[in-house]
Structures are given as C-alpha cells and as structure tokens.
Design a protein around this ligand. Structure first.
Ligand code: NAD
Ligand code: MG
Length: 340
C-alpha cells in the first residue's frame, strides 16, 4: 500500500488551476472551503438554479456558477452532487461543455466503476475520497489536521493525473494525515460494503435491536437509550484511539468478560460472515447499484418510506429529550444545517 504525505505532493499544481466543485453538501462545502483556504485562488461552486445550498455558499463569498458554465470555465471539475444524480448531470451539463484536456474528479468511485459515467477520452479522471464525513473534513482542516484520503486514477490523458490528484488531496488537508493510493474498484466496493455491513447498516440495526430488547423487557427507554445508543460513542472513541484492545483495557473486567461471552452470541461470526459475503457479492456484481438506481428513477419510494419509519421510532424521541439535558453535546457541533 502506498501512502503519500504533503511532502510527496506538489500543492502548487492545484493552486494554479480553476477548480469547480459541483454540489455544496457534506463533501462539497468541505472541499470548496479547504481548497480556498489552502490558496487555490480560483474556486467556484456549481449548483442547479434554485438550489437550497446556494445561500450557504454565498454566505462564504464563494463564486456560484451553473454546472454548464462551471464546466466551460474549469480546469478541474470535482463532482460532489449525490451519486444518484451524477450520471445525468455529466451527460447533460458536463460532457458537452468540459474543456479539452480538463480533469473530472470524484470523491467516490461508484459512477465510474459501474460505468454509469463513461468519460470523454481526452479528460483526466481521478478520485480523491476523504475517509470521513465532509463535516469532519472541514473541522479537522480548521484544526490544522486532515482526514486521510484515498486517491486513484481511472483515466490519465495528460500523463500527470496522479500528480494532480495528490495536489488536490493535499489542498483539502489529506496530506497532513496520509493519502493512500487505490483503484476506483477497490474504493467503491469496500466503501459500499463498510457502510452497509458495519458502519451504517450493521451498527444501526444492532443499536435498534438492543434498545428494543431492553424497552420490551420493561426497562425505562431513557436507560435503554443511554446503554445502547449514547455510550456507543464513548466506546468507539476508545477503539478509534487505540483499537479494540485499548477499549478493552479501559472498560471493567466484567464488561470485557461479557464482551467475549455474549458478543459472538449476538453476532455469530460464521453466520454473520455468510450474510456479509452475500452483501459483498451484490455489491461486486453491480446488483446493489442497479437496484438503487432503479429505486431513484421511480422517485425513491422504498428509500423514503424507510427514512420515515426510522424517524418515527421512539429511539429518536427519547434521544432528542435526553440530548436536551446534555447541552454540551450540541456545543461546537459539526453539523449546522443553516451553514453546511
Ligand atoms: P450531499 O447530499 O451532502 O450534497 C449534495 C449537494 O449536491 C447538495 O449541495 C445539493 O444541493 C447538490 N445537488 C443535488 N442535485 C444536484 C444536481 N443535479 N446538480 C448539481 N448539484 C446538485 O452529498 P455528499 O454526501 O457530500 O456526497 C457527494 C459525493 O461525495 C458522493 O459521490 C459521495 O459518495 C461522496 N462522499 C461523501 C461522503 C460524505 O461524507 N457524505 C464521504 C465520502 C465520499
Ligand atoms: Mg464510506
């Protein structure tokens, strides 16, 4: 595995380019602001007319363009609109207008790897994918650090696409903690698997099952929330800092013994891995992406129904109430929906 740092990147390369960032959401705001603060003189944000994100970008005095105008203007076009709209955006607004020899960039390999976008052959195509949410990419940068990034090149028309990718990664702060070279395929498939099996899907289902088990057994929902939701962060912080062993060093021996005894009963390794392999196969075969894009074409009915059902779960109501008692949690929060 190759890891690059700021000293391996030529940050002046990106500083001399016109960089357009399409989308000003979680990743978009972080890239645009970090690039600007790293000395990229010409940064523009591209949004659809009437976009709700426009006033947030304007509040930062960033130049706003339409996606087509941005494509005519940019040397580097970073696509940070949602994955499910990127193919149409590329076809309609970017492909007809991008300058000969420009660079097209992504923060996730999905559209290129699954060939939803087949870029013009004269373009450089690279990926800079921060391994963290956009709000953390911005917050860490402001603290003088950076979130590690993955870089990959899918098309190297200029012969210098990797240098440009490293330069870009350095300007958004990735070179401060490490930039790892990978491929679009590896980034895309491991990213989808991680979020489905462990980070988002696995964890939320585990939390919910634990919460419901305690509440159904007659315990106070507030107790269930503290034990099965709130404390997840405290445990994850210890794992983040020093791995599983660091967490087990910090908890009581009783907790550690119960961990060894009951963990594999709740998540039986062989059974779980069998299902995880099926999840991985659905990702590798393109079936997951095919189903998700079909869902998007018909207006996301299943997706929206799930979002509503989870939002109505008592775990959210209890959580809101309890977080109200702990005002320090909201102080200095990463997400402020009015600004980012
Ligand atoms: P987001 O949903 O937070 O923001 C999307 C932005 O695009 C919004 O500003 C929205 O107004 C704008 N937008 C929507 N439709 C558009 C269109 N048709 N044309 C132009 N702009 C449009 O998105 P995100 O989560 O930041 O994801 C962006 C990309 O970054 C995706 O490829 C995603 O996989 C990748 N990524 C995201 C994260 C993350 O932290 N969320 C982490 C790594 C990679
Ligand atoms: Mg991910």
């Amino acid at each position: 595995m190759r890891v690059y740092y700021d000293r391996d990147a030529n940050v002046t390369m990106i500083k001399g380019r016109k960089v357009a960032v399409v989308g000003y959401g979680s990743q978009g705001h972080a890239h645009a602001l970090n690039l600007r603060d790293s000395g990229v003189a010409e940064v523009a944000v591209a949004l659809r007319p009437g976009s709700a994100s426009a006033r947030k970008a304007e509040a930062e005095s960033l130049t706003l363009l339409s996606p087509a105008d941005a494509a005519r203007w940019a040397d580097v076009m970073m696509v940070l609109a949602p994955d499910e709209v990127q193919a149409e955006l590329y076809q309609r607004d970017l492909a007809p207008h991008l300058r000969e020899g420009a660079a097209l960039a992504f923060a996730h390999g999905l559209n290129i790897h699954f060939r939803l976008i087949e870029p013009r052959p004269d373009l450089d195509v690279f990926m800079v994918a921060p391994k963290g949410p956009g709000h953390t990419v911005r917050a860490e940068y402001l603290k003088g650090g950076g979130v590690p990034c993955l870089v990959a090149v899918a098309q190297n028309a200029s012969g210098t696409a990797m240098d440009l990718a490293l330069s870009y990664a350095s300007a958004i702060g990735g070179g401060r903690s490490g930039v790892i070279e990978t491929t679009f395929r590896e980034e895309c498939e491991t990213d989808l698997f991680g979020e489905q099996a462990v980070l988002c899907g696995g964890l939320t289902s585990l939390i919910r099952a634990g919460f419901e088990t305690l509440v159904e057994a007659g315990y106070a929902p507030e107790m269930a929330y503290f034990e099965c939701v709130h404390e997840v962060k405290l445990i994850v912080d210890l794992i983040y800092e020093g791995g599983l062993a660091n967490m087990r060093y910090s908890v009581s021996n009783t907790a550690e013994y119960g961990d060894y005894l009951s963990g594999p009963r709740v998540v039986p390794p062989e059974k779980t891995k069998k299902v995880m392999r099926q999840v991985l196969e659905d990702i590798q075969s393109g079936r997951f992406v095919h189903d998700w894009m079909t869902e998007c074409r018909v207006g996301q009915p299943l997706f929206k129904a799930q979002r509503r059902r989870w939002a109505e779960h008592s775990i959210e109501e209890v959580g809101n109430r309890l977080r109200g008692m702990m005002p320090w949690i909201g102080a200095g929060r990463l997400v402020d929906k009015n600004k980012n």
